[in-house]
Design a protein around this ligand. Structure first.
Ligand code: 13P
Ligand code: SF4
Length: 336
């Protein structure tokens, strides 16, 4: 495997995201990335919310569950995680001996940020009889305080794995938690966190859009607010939404989730129409600003220099690994 040495000062700047190295404009980045993959035995795992160019060079594109499963089983030496920090961190938790790199270390997540471990610990301590189910969109610190992790693909199955009379805390997404409470008949205590992208959809504008496109089905991610979910024909994780559009007979869809998923939907069903659900104002707020920090250029640079990489303290890693492993086991048993 080729190792490229960067001097320590430059490495620190790249790591902190402060150095935009010049890229030779004549380089074919798609070709270069393919070359680096082979030379370094690297795999690119990309979330559906990544920009289309990144999705097109990825070895695997998926939702949070699929990405964690791929990260667990890969034989590559380097995992290039084209997603946000908590996703790359999960890959590192599962693969302490592999190098895990991310195009932009600043690619965070508003939902994860809404749940600081010190505050969550206080909340948890107030409810000692409760078990904790945490959505994967959280830091390693929150995972370490949890009994089991879930994603939007398996949240119902994970919650159903507890006896009905077991009191539960669900963190950090109050919208996903409320949706799971509704479909399981539970009364889980919800941490008051939300995703800035999925909270921005305007019900009023969606209803107007539905009137203009009566033939279109409305599909939504469960991170959306209850009012939006109530008018959806189908609710699911990004992979589930994609599969639905591949198998359902309708010819058009209003899609209430981050716009990155439209790339695969259009690729897989070129004759169907996909309309992004409108946000509350004129901004492009249903583009996740964190996910979109990653670019093809940064992806190339991070593979070239093998930076920025994810590292964490071993005690934290081991504590965070347990609930992730539990999630993967329950999911495998359920055939997910
Ligand atoms: P899924 O990948 O589980 O669909 O979740 C979407 C999301 O918001 C990831 O940040
Ligand atoms: Fe976080 Fe929402 Fe962006 Fe997903 S879409 S990374 S939950 S801010």
């Amino acid at each position: 495997m080729a190792v490229i040495h960067v001097d320590a000062a430059k490495a620190n700047l790249i790591k902190a995201g402060f150095l935009d190295l010049d890229i030779n404009p004549t380089l074919d980045l798609f070709q270069e990335i393919e070359r680096l993959k082979k030379e370094k035995n690297a795999i690119i795992l990309a979330h559906y919310y990544q920009e289309p160019d990144i999705q097109d060079v990825a070895d695997y594109i998926g939702d949070s569950l699929g990405l964690a499963q791929q990260a667990e089983k890969t034989k590559a030496d380097i995992i290039v995680f084209a997603g946000v920090h908590f996703m790359a961190e999960t890959a590192k938790i599962l693969n302490p001996d592999k190098k895990v790199i991310i195009p932009d270390l600043k690619a965070g997540c508003s939902l994860s940020d809404s749940c600081p471990p010190s505050l969550f610990k206080q909340f948890k301590d107030q409810h000692p009889d409760h078990k904790v189910v945490s959505y994967i969109n959280c830091s390693a610190g929150i995972k370490a305080l949890s009994d089991v992790i879930c994603t939007s693909s398996n949240a119902k199955i994970i919650v159903d794995s507890f006896p009905k009379d077991q009191p539960l805390i669900f963190a950090p997404d109050k919208n996903l938690g409320a949706y799971i409470n509704k479909i399981t008949g539970r009364n889980m205590l919800l941490w008051n966190g939300a995703c800035m992208v999925h909270e921005i959809f305007s019900l009023e504008k969606i209803n107007k859009l539905k009137l203009r496109h009566p033939e279109a089905k409305m599909i939504a991610h469960p991170e959306c607010e209850d009012a939006v979910l109530r008018v959806a024909d189908y609710i699911g994780s990004t992979t589930q939404l994609l599969k639905y559009t591949q198998t359902d007979s309708s010819e058009s869809y209003i899609v209430a989730t981050e716009t990155g998923i439209l790339h695969q939907m259009m690729k897989d069903s070129p004759n169907k129409t996909f309309i992004p659900a409108p946000p509350d104002n004129a901004c492009a707020c249903n583009d996740c600003p964190h996910m979109k920090l990653n670019t093809l250029e940064k992806l190339y640079l991070c593979m070239e220099y093998e930076l920025p990489d994810i590292n964490m303290e071993e005690t934290l890693r081991l504590a965070a690994k347990k609930p992730i492993q539990r999630m993967l086991e329950i999911s495998a048993k359920a055939g997910l």
